[in-house]
Design a protein around this ligand. Structure first.
Ligand SMILES: [Zn+2]
Length: 341
């Protein structure tokens, strides 16, 4: 049975029993995504969460050159299309800031600090600012990954074929723009539909960086079987948007406070010898008061011995090629084979 079919069956089963629950709770129902009713059986609950689960841990015994920790700085270059479905001039200008100012500052900082980063770019954001990819690739240190066609919210597309078409368009666009097929994927808004995982595997991605089941690299399992797809997990704690997203209520924290959170997360990763992945946006973290804190954080991390700054692509390749993980997703009857179809 294909991934698509299984998802459809599950959606049909659970939507019948789930619709009443949604109506009672007032929660918004997303087409094609089943809800779990209060009287669900344990088997139903297991089935409902089985689409994408944490498989085995993939942190290698050691990082390159004996480093204690891998550090990935990642930037989602959303610009205009992260904020608003209606292209009103003022919010669009706030997104445009990412291209005119934020990205330039970030690239200058990374050059000065001589470290790599990963940039996930919606194809349309790139088309609106065609100079960005050349600017990012100029130093030859950074990676460009897929971040949707137009920053579409996948759970509400409700059409697997359309979703896959947008994915393939985005891959094609970035392949042409960068001269290299991207190997990394980050879902817009970190949101998968039930179809997304299968589509990523069919498209041949090396890794995804949208999920949150651990704070170290792991293999994604689907329906209890390994898929071969490496997850480099994210978390809202290490994302600038929840702290600095648009607000007029005076709740914006000081950049120094956010620095302290990032630093504590890094210290924990350093202690655990795993990985630290920070997600930022040029139109958010590129502002003056915030980028000085990013500079400070990088300087702090560089002051510690054994820190490997790398793109997520480099980390995924290292994880894949390390001896303990050579058999990623190749087991007989693994979900990897069925998801490819
Ligand atoms: Zn985004």
């Amino acid at each position: 049975m294909t991934f698509k079919t299984k998802s459809a069956v599950l959606a049909a089963v659970l939507s019948l029993v789930g619709s009443q629950c949604v109506a009672q709770s007032g929660a918004q129902k997303i087409p094609g995504v089943p809800t779990i009713p209060v009287d669900a059986t344990i088997d139903q609950a297991k089935q409902a969460v089985a689409v994408a689960r944490a498989g085995r841990k993939l942190t290698p015994k050691s990082w390159p050159n004996g480093a204690r920790v891998a550090v990935c700085l990642s930037f989602d270059v959303d610009n205009e299309y992260m904020a608003n479905k209606q292209p009103l001039p003022v919010p669009m200008s706030g997104g445009e800031y990412g291209a005119t100012t934020g990205l330039v500052r970030i690239l200058d900082l990374l050059d000065r600090q001589q470290i790599p980063a990963s940039f996930y770019i919606p194809a349309v954001s790139s088309a609106l600012h065609p100079d960005m990819i050349g600017q990012i690739l100029k130093s030859k240190r950074h990676e460009v990954g897929v971040h949707g066609w137009i920053h579409e919210y996948l759970p509400t597309i409700g059409d697997a074929a359309k979703e896959e078409q947008l994915l393939n368009q985005a891959i094609e666009y970035l392949t042409q723009a960068t001269g290299k097929r991207p190997v990394g994927y980050r879902a817009p808004s970190w949101a998968f539909s039930p179809n997304t995982l299968g589509q990523l595997i069919r498209a041949g991605f090396l890794y995804d960086s949208s999920m949150m089941a651990m704070d170290e690299p792991y293999e994604i399992d689907s329906d209890g079987k390994p898929t071969g797809l490496i997850e480099l997990p994210v978390t809202w704690i290490l994302d600038d948007y929840p702290y600095f997203g648009e607000t007029l209520d005076g709740s914006l924290p000081s950049p120094e406070s956010v620095y302290e959170v990032y630093k504590a997360e890094f210290d924990g990763a350093y202690q655990e010898k795993t990985i630290f992945i920070l997600t930022m946006h040029p139109h958010i973290s590129g502002h003056r008061s915030r980028i000085v804190q990013l500079d400070r954080l990088i300087t702090y991390m560089k002051s510690k011995p054994g820190v490997w700054f790398a793109t997520e692509e480099a980390v995924a390749n290292y994880v894949k090629n390390s001896s303990t993980t050579a058999e990623l997703g190749t087991g007989t009857g693994s979900a990897f084979e069925s998801l490819k179809k």
